[in-house]
Design a protein around this ligand. Structure first.
Ligand SMILES: O=C(O)CCC(=O)C(=O)O
Length: 206
């Protein structure tokens, strides 16, 4: 079933075939009115956590709020943070199913959620290359709320870069060898005063 099939526009991916990896972008995955509804639901429903990371012996708050939802047993560790899944909500499962209908070879068992309170919150350059995600992970990333910039850069070829403006209701797919060869970030954009929620659906394999 297509939860968002009221959209009058055809929904298609723009496919970026990059050197050593692939990124797909669909601007109108969720129509704006529905995306705004999901933003409010997730803002109020999700058990947002303020995690801390240790760097050079010092503890720092993660510069955004996060949450981990999914099927029981699918734990995830990143930056030394161990996440035990909270059970799927009806709305998260609904979004997951629509994404899977666009990607026949996908079967997500978990989702990492990020809440950027304003443009000072960020995620620094990194790759989603943790062992638990397996080789060549397929990651589906939904944006709600404020528009934010998404930067990608190749790990060794400084000529290879991509910048996307992630509008509310959009969907990014990262696939192929991307996580082995590229880094991505949501940079600080001080002039942005509104919050953004991001959902990255993942498949934990071990
Ligand atoms: O907020 C985003 O769009 C990206 C989030 C991200 O890179 C991550 O959770 O690994």
């Amino acid at each position: 079933m297509d939860l968002f099939d009221q959209t009058p526009k055809k929904r298609e991916f723009k496919k970026f075939k990059l050197k050593d990896g692939e990124v797909w972008y669909m601007e109108n995955f969720i129509p704006l009115d529905k995306a705004n509804g999901y933003f409010k639901t997730f803002r109020d429903q999700i058990n947002w956590r303020q995690e801390e990371i240790k760097m050079y012996g010092k503890t720092h708050p993660v510069p955004r709020k996060t949450a981990w939802y999914g099927y029981e047993g699918f734990t995830y560790t990143y930056s030394g943070i161990l996440c035990n899944p909270e059970p799927w909500t009806k709305e998260l499962l609904g979004v997951k199913r629509v994404i899977e209908s666009f990607l026949p070879d996908s079967d997500f068992n978990s989702v990492l959620l990020n809440l950027y309170r304003d443009g000072s919150d960020k995620v620094s350059w990194h790759a989603d290359d943790e062992k638990g995600l397996g080789k060549n992970p397929l990651i589906a990333s939904v944006s709600l709320g404020a528009k934010r910039r998404f930067d990608l850069k190749h790990k060794t070829d400084s000529e290879e870069k991509l910048q996307l403006e992630l509008v509310p209701g959009s969907l990014v797919i990262m696939k192929g060898t991307l996580q082995h060869n590229w880094l991505h970030q949501i940079p600080v954009q001080k002039r942005i005063l509104n919050p953004r929620i991001n959902l990255t659906f993942r498949t934990i394999v071990s």
